[in-house]
Design a binder for this molecule. Structure first.
Ligand code: BGC
Length: 415
């Protein structure tokens, strides 16, 4: 009976997506504007165009989506929401709570999404039993991207502990090169902070501090040590780091100006886009001390209500994103891994295969955590409060002890 019901739905969805003349476009708001991101976006555009779905582009530059969220708020407030929007974690939940998102249950049921989308993602894709977003990928944030020829030239082996990392960064600096390519923007500072916090305090500390928002942990000596380590990293970035976009920081590693970038695996998209080969031109490894943990985020597309019901284009858009073939093609270019458990990553490069294996292992061992920097640990109000403290400390406005106090009160005020 159940199989029959599903099959009927699947047929209905197929009819909707293939045989209707889809006159309208989908307008897609996103922040994928770097070279690698644009390459991945093209895979999506082309996939939709092949199905007769027009694409109206609404790009809002700014890594991590900070600016995109401001534009989205303005569009929704003026009563003119885009039809589909790239969203992260708790932002999806926040919009769902406001009643702005359309119910995708019919297409989700037809596609059997419940059975193939990992639980950790469904937490954000569903609200009150309704599918309200479609996951396009799984990224993880605790990565190091390194220029391999430069490391070889300087005789630096892949660092596996904090001390080894510090020694490696010092060696690069002593050789007159930039050790860490970084862009001083709050979300980038926070991305490094996620990794340093996990490495310094371990998974239980990360959970208690950034997911449970436990006051004692937020105000602990371990947190002070995390800030001390941020100061150490600050000593290894170049003088022009302030405000630099993340992809320009990736370019510094790509062209050998810098040795390391601490960044999510969207950075791989930049290396691939520049024709670089993992293992030969660049290395991908977990931030030292976080080899067994994964801090993840997932880009999901939410469909904003345009009227009483989901439009055929929105349905076709959602269906296209969940297709296994699309998930493979897209994620190979984007640097992420598929948001489905039933696809093979055999055709992915070494970094992609490693990412997928480590994600599965972390999930099985209870070591998979939402990234705070990328909206998967807490709602934007808390995330932004943490950003402020992390960035102020990184820029020397607070010493570590003051930063700890500020963090405790910022989190308290933000809730
Ligand atoms: C998104 C990625 C994006 C990155 C840089 C992250 O929050 O999940 O898809 O490439 O920001 O813009």
């Amino acid at each position: 009976m159940r199989f029959f019901a599903r099959t009927t739905c699947a047929l209905a969805a197929l009819v909707t997506s293939t045989s209707l003349a889809l006159a309208a476009d989908v307008e897609v708001l996103h922040w994928w504007t770097s070279g690698g991101e644009a390459g991945a976006l093209n895979v999506l555009k082309q996939d939709l165009e092949a199905q007769g779905i027009g694409w109206q582009d609404m790009p809002v530059a700014g890594g991590g989506g900070t600016q995109a969220m401001t534009v989205l708020r303005a569009r929704v407030t003026s009563g003119n929401p885009p039809s589909a929007v790239q969203l992260l974690g708790f932002d999806i939940t926040d919009w769902a709570r406001e009643g702005a998102l359309a119910n995708l249950n019919p297409v989700a049921e037809a596609g059997g999404w419940d059975a193939v989308v990992p639980e950790a993602l469904q937490k954000f894709s569903k609200y009150d039993g309704e599918w309200i977003a479609v996951p396009v990928n799984i990224h993880s944030t605790n990565w190091v991207w390194a220029n391999k020829p430069l490391l070889d030239e300087l005789g630096i082996a892949e660092p596996t502990t904090w001390d080894e990392l510090v020694a490696a960064m010092q060696k690069v600096k002593d050789a007159g090169k930039i050790a860490v390519a970084h862009g001083g923007q709050p979300w980038q500072d926070a991305t490094i902070f996620d990794a340093v916090a996990m490495s310094t305090g371990g998974p239980e500390f990360y959970q208690k501090a950034f997911i449970d928002l436990d006051t004692e942990t937020l105000g602990s000596d371990t947190m002070k040590q995390v800030f001390d380590r941020m100061t150490v990293i600050r000593g290894f970035v170049d003088d022009n780091f302030s405000g630099r976009d993340w992809n320009l920081a990736s370019a510094m590693v790509i062209n050998g100006e810098a040795a390391f970038q601490f960044m999510g695996d969207w950075a791989k998209g930049e290396f691939l886009n520049a024709g670089k080969v993992p293992g030969t031109d660049f290395l991908c490894f977990r931030f030292p001390g976080t080899q067994d943990q994964v801090t993840f985020n997932t880009d999901q597309f939410a469909v904003f209500k345009q009227g009483d019901s989901v439009t055929p284009e929105q349905t076709a858009f959602a269906e296209a994103i969940m297709s296994p073939e699309f998930q493979i093609a897209f994620n190979k270019v984007k640097g992420s891994v598929p948001a489905r458990t039933d696809v093979s990553v055999e055709s992915f490069d070494a970094c992609g295969q490693k990412a997928y294996e480590e994600l599965k292992a972390a999930s099985a061992s209870g070591n998979l955590f939402g990234s705070n920097a990328h909206g998967h640990a807490n709602p934007a109000s808390v995330k932004n409060a943490l950003y402020d403290v992390i960035t102020a400390q990184f820029n020397g406005e607070y010493d570590s002890a003051t930063a700890v106090e500020e963090m405790v009160s910022a989190v308290e005020l933000s809730q």
